[in-house]
Write a protein that binds this ligand. Structure first.
Ligand code: PGA
Length: 252
């Protein structure tokens, strides 16, 4: 059976003191009342070591990074390698996020290279895809997302795809307060699962977790997560408020 996953993407928010407080609140709550989902927190790089120590006794919360470099090591000032992430207890890395595609000009080819580096070091990848508003308005979202998949994850090996989680995040819904309806999310998730099935077979397609991201809040999480092909969420804004994130983690 595939995993339910609720992942917090803090993006560039929270200093160390505030971040530790937020994480501590989430961990304490989940320790007393476990979620049915695997809960993942992706803080900024600089907090990973401290959060790892905080999480040492927590079996319920996993650590993720928001990025990694495509090369193993070397003269890349300011960058962080997959090996470094593993050395501070990171299990997942978010790659292909639309903000990195836009602001850091990350291409599908670069994202694939980063994925390969991550897998080579034993990380699991939360791979993000999703269309901008103009594409949705022209009803070309399936072709757009299929192209993203073809250029990246449809090139993975069977072993690599088994360590991949997909996050469908329509760009028009990220941080905007607009969110896809449960039906729109289901339609795209089912399409993505079919595309995985066509290449990797039904077992892989059945096992892969596909998360929805884009303005998931406590009041819409339950409807989104109740769709048959929506296996959880990648949560931005609402993951910065402990009570909101906890409520979302309990929405299965
Ligand atoms: P949001 O962000 O929940 O604030 O829309 C989601 C994301 O970008 O992963």
């Amino acid at each position: 059976m595939r995993k339910h996953i609720v992942a917090a993407n803090w993006k560039m928010n929270k200093n160390l003191v505030d971040g530790l407080l937020l994480a501590k609140t989430v961990i304490t709550d989940l320790a007393t009342k476990p979620s049915n989902a695997t809960v993942v927190i992706a803080p900024p790089f600089i907090h990973l070591g401290a959060l790892h120590q905080l999480l040492a006794n927590s079996k319920t919360v996993k650590l993720a990074a928001q990025n990694c470099h495509q090369m193993a090591s070397g003269a890349y000032t300011g960058e962080v390698s997959a090996d470094m992430l593993v050395s501070v207890g990171v299990e997942y890395v978010i790659l292909g996020h639309s903000e990195r595609r836009e602001y850091n000009k990350e291409t599908d080819a670069l994202i694939l290279a980063k994925m390969r580096q991550a897998f080579a070091h034993g990380l699991k990848v939360i791979y993000c895809c999703g269309e901008p508003l103009a594409v949705r308005e022209n009803q070309e979202q399936e072709a757009y997302v299929l192209h993203q998949l073809e250029e990246s994850i449809l090139n993975l090996t069977q072993e690599e795809i088994a360590n991949t989680v997909i996050a469908y995040e329509p760009i028009w819904a990220i941080g905007t307060g607009l969110n896809a309806t449960p039906e729109q999310a289901q339609e795209m998730h089912s399409f993505i699962r079919q595309s995985i099935k066509a290449l990797f077979g039904s077992q892989v397609a059945e096992d892969i977790s596909i998360l929805y991201g884009g303005s998931v809040k406590p009041d819409n999480a339950r409807f989104l997560f109740s769709q048959p092909d929506v296996d959880g969420g990648l949560i931005g804004g609402a993951s910065l408020v402990a009570t909101d994130f906890i409520s979302i983690a309990h929405s299965f």
